[in-house]
Unconditional design. Structure first.
Length: 127
């Protein structure tokens, strides 16, 4: 029977299963009227683990992330899910032909060209 309120496994990536992460400190930046970007010192930095696959996890479950960082992570995760290379490729495949399909068309066009360039065997010979 599953344990109620079981904490997630913070040692393994839920996306790919990897156990290797880079810990990173994220700060919120804003621009000044002079066009400079500065870390917002009032906003607490957020510590996260970044998996080899790019998935973001909290460092541990006991320190919740600042809400603005969690919202940014959620947006980044959605973007990542929607823009995976296999999804992009599947979308592009609708507009392009494969090398095999292209070669099939080239071969067929060459066959048609041969038909038009060769007179039929029963064609009268011009005099």
């Amino acid at each position: 029977m599953p344990t109620p309120n079981r904490q997630p496994d913070w040692t393994q990536c839920p996306e790919c299963g990897s156990e290797f992460f880079q810990e990173a400190l994220f700060r919120q930046y804003s621009s000044s009227p002079r066009g400079l970007y500065r870390a917002d010192e009032a906003a607490p930095p957020g510590r996260v683990k970044i998996c080899l696959c790019g998935y973001l996890l909290p460092v541990d479950g006991s320190h919740p992330l600042p809400p603005s960082l969690q919202e940014s992570i959620d947006r980044a995760q959605r973007f990542r899910r929607n823009n995976r290379p296999d999804k992009i490729l599947a979308h592009l495949e609708r507009f392009f032909v494969t090398g095999t399909q292209f070669q099939t068309v080239v071969d067929r066009l060459n066959q048609l060209l041969d038909i038009f360039q060769k007179p039929p065997a029963d064609a009268p010979v011009p005099r």
